[in-house]
Design a protein around this ligand. Structure first.
Ligand code: ADP
Length: 267
C-alpha cells in the first residue's frame, strides 16, 4: 500500500506553542525545564527520546492533564475558541488500551460521547465511522477478552477518533505490540491522519517508527527535559514498504540516531 500525503494541508501555522515550560513534581523531580516547542497545524510530530526525558510529561501538559510549574502554553485563537465552546477537540491514546472489559467494542468506543450525554442511538453513526477507520466494523459486538493486542489498540484509537479530534495525542501507543502488527498500525494511523486532516503528536522511543511516521521529529534530552534537535521529513514522501527499505529512510534513521546519541551525551 502506498500512502502519499500529497493531499494533506500544509503544516505551517502553529496550533500551539510551549514557551519556557517547566514541570517540577512534588518529589522535587524536574521533568522539564525551559521547554520551547511548537505544534503546527496538520503535522505529524514525534517526540523522541530515551525513557525519563519528559516526553510523556510534555504530552500531558498539552492535554491539560497537568499544569506547567513554569512558562506557559499558547493556543492559537481558533483552537482556544473551540475549547471554550466545550466541544471536544483533543483526544489522548495511552500505551495501554485501557478498555472496559465488561463493555463491547461498540460500548467502549461510545464512552467519550456517552460522557458528553450522547445516547448510543445518536452516537451510532460516529461510532461506526470510527470503527470503520480502524478496520473493526465487523467487531462491534465483540468484547475486549476476544481481541488480540493489536485489535484492542485499534479500539482504543477508535475511541479517541469518535469525537473527531483536531489534535490527537499518542503516548507510545504501539510499544507493546509485535513488529508486524506495529507496521500495520503505523500504515493505518497514517491513513487516519490523512483522512481526518488532524494534527498528531506521537511519543516514541523508536527512531525507526518516528522516521516512518513523522513530518517532523523533536529529539528530547534529559536532565533537564527539553528539545535538543529537530529532524524534518518531507511530508510528501510516500510512506510504504519501499520507503522502509530505501536509502532515504536509512539516511534519515542515521541522522535521527546521531541526534539522539548527542542528546544522550548532552544529558
Ligand atoms: P518519558 O515519557 O520521556 O519517559 P516522563 O515524562 O514519563 O518521561 O518522566 C520524566 C521524569 O519525570 C522521570 O524522571 C519521571 O520519573 C518523572 N515523573 C513523571 N511523572 C511523575 C510524577 N507524577 N511524579 C513524580 N515524578 C514524575
Amino acid at each position: 500500500m502506498t500512502l502519499s500525503t500529497d493531499d494533506t494541508p500544509p503544516a505551517t501555522a502553529p496550533l500551539l506553542a510551549l514557551k519556557g515550560v517547566g514541570k517540577r513534581f512534588a518529589n522535587s523531580v524536574t521533568a522539564l525545564d525551559g521547554l520551547d516547542m511548537q505544534v503546527r497545524q496538520g503535522e505529524f510530530l514525534s517526540l523522541l527520546g530515551p525513557s525519563g526525558c519528559g516526553k510523556s510529561t510534555a504530552l500531558r501538559l498539552i492535554a491539560g492533564l497537568a499544569e506547567p510549574t513554569a512558562g506557559h502554553i499558547d493556543w492559537n485563537g481558533e483552537e482556544t475558541a473551540r475549547r471554550a465552546s466545550g466541544r471536544p477537540s483533543i483526544s489522548f491514546v495511552f500505551q495501554e488500551p485501557t478498555l472496559m472489559p465488561w463493555a463491547s467494542v461498540f460500548g467502549n468506543v461510545h464512552l467519550p460521547l456517552r460522557l458528553a450525554g450522547v445516547s448510543a442511538r445518536a452516537a451510532e453513526p460516529a461510532i461506526m465511522e470510527a470503527l470503520e477507520m480502524v478496520g473493526l466494523s465487523q467487531f462491534r459486538d465483540a468484547y475486549p477478552r476476544e481481541l488480540s493486542g493489536g485489535m484492542k489498540m485499534r479500539v482504543s484509537i477508535a475511541r479517541a477518533l469518535v469525537t473527531k479530534p483536531r489534535l490527537l495525542l499518542m503516548d507510545e501507543p504501539f510499544a507493546a505490540l509485535d513488529e508486524i502488527t506495529r507496521f500495520k498500525l503505523n500504515n493505518d494511523l497514517l491513513e487516519v491522519w490523512k483522512r481526518l486532516s488532524c494534527t498528531i503528536v506521537f511519543v516514541t522511543h523508536s527512531v525507526f517508527e518516528s522516521v516512518y511516521l513523522s513530518s517532523r521529529i523533536l529529539v528530547f534530552r534529559a536532565r533537564p527535559g527539553r528539545v535538543h534537535a529537530e529532524v524534518a521529513i518531507d511530508p510528501n514522501q510516500p510512506r510504504d514498504e519501499a520507503f522502509r527499505t530505501s536509502p532515504e529512510y536509512v539516511g534519515l534513521c542515521r541522522e535521527t540516531s546521531t541526534a539522539l546519541a548527542r542528546a544522550m551525551e548532552a544529558a
